[in-house]
Design a binder for this molecule. Structure first.
Ligand code: DGL
Length: 281
């Protein structure tokens, strides 16, 4: 009897641990987070959902973003994921706690890992945060940073035009520089030594942002930090995948799979083999 119970438990754990990580974003941008997950956790299977029919989230109300986030979560959970990554900064800013209250698996957003890295990096306790309007309005980064270091000063700045620029592939050149200079002028005068790239799209503008803000300001890529955090949690919770078979990589979108394939490869850094359109979440 004891032997059977032990065997059953081992099968259950193996099945759970070999389940995929679920990742959602408002669209393509979360692929910057997925890219880092592939790098940090190459053996884990993943299911990515890009809500391309309803992007952008960054200009919507917290209620609407939360409703969309619940629907995305339900879809991924119904596909048997073992851990949920809310790759969208906007959704993480306004809906993370509500999502956590709905599911029994671990849920990781991108705000806390970014905030933690910023606090670790700053010497003068002066941190800038750039993101969508909804992310900056929510003050989620300010709260997370202040919880970690109450003496830190945080300066938030919405940079909405960065998202369409990146989607268009204009990550360098004259237009990108002009937009970056106009946005970053104010925050540059605040004497920050650390700047959080608080939006999925901004890591693709790292080069131009660094040129404009100056090499002395350290840029924090929430995507990199989030992937590290996921690795730690999988280890701590005993959820690491343990299989001889290669990992599976599934992609779903709610609209325009062709565009996702074309633009997404730039975000992910390699080819997306198979993608499915879902019309109802
Ligand atoms: N994914 C969003 C974020 O990180 C950017 C795009 C949008 O506004 O939906 O905030």
């Amino acid at each position: 009897m004891w032997y059977l119970r032990n065997l059953w438990e081992r099968i259950r754990v193996a099945h759970r641990n070999n389940s995929p990580l679920g990742v959602f974003d408002s669209g393509i941008g979360g692929l910057t987070v997925l890219k880092e997950i592939f790098r940090e956790l190459p053996d884990e299977s993943t299911i990515y959902l890009g809500d391309t029919a309803r992007v952008p989230y960054g200009i919507r109300s917290p209620e609407t973003v939360t409703r969309y986030s619940f629907e995305n979560t339900r879809f991924l959970v119904s596909n048997g994921i073992k851990l949920l990554v809310v790759a969208c900064n906007t959704a993480s800013s306004v809906s993370l706690d509500a999502i956590k209250g709905k599911v029994s698996i671990p849920v990781i957003g991108v705000i806390y890992p970014g905030a933690k890295a910023a606090v670790r990096s700053t010497m003068y306790k002066r941190i800038g945060v750039i993101g969508t309007e909804a992310t900056i309005r929510s003050s989620a980064y300010v709260r997370a940073i202040k919880t970690l270091d109450s003496k830190a000063e945080v300066f938030g700045l919405p940079c909405p035009l960065f998202v369409p620029l990146v989607e268009e592939g204009w990550t360098e050149g004259e237009v990108a520089r002009m937009v970056a200079e106009k946005y970053l002028r104010d925050i540059k005068n605040k004497g920050i030594d650390t700047l959080v790239l608080g939006c999925t799209h901004y890591p693709l503008l790292k080069g131009i942002i660094s040129e404009v803000i100056g090499p002395e300001v350290k840029l924090i890529d929430s995507a990199v930090e989030t992937a590290r955090e996921i690795k730690e949690i999988l280890k701590k919770e005993g959820l690491e995948r343990d299989s001889e078979e290669g990992p599976s990589r599934e992609f779903y979108v709610t609209d325009s799979p062709d565009r996702f394939l074309r633009v997404g490869e730039r975000f992910l850094g390699h080819k997306i083999k198979h993608i499915e359109l879902i019309t109802k979440l």
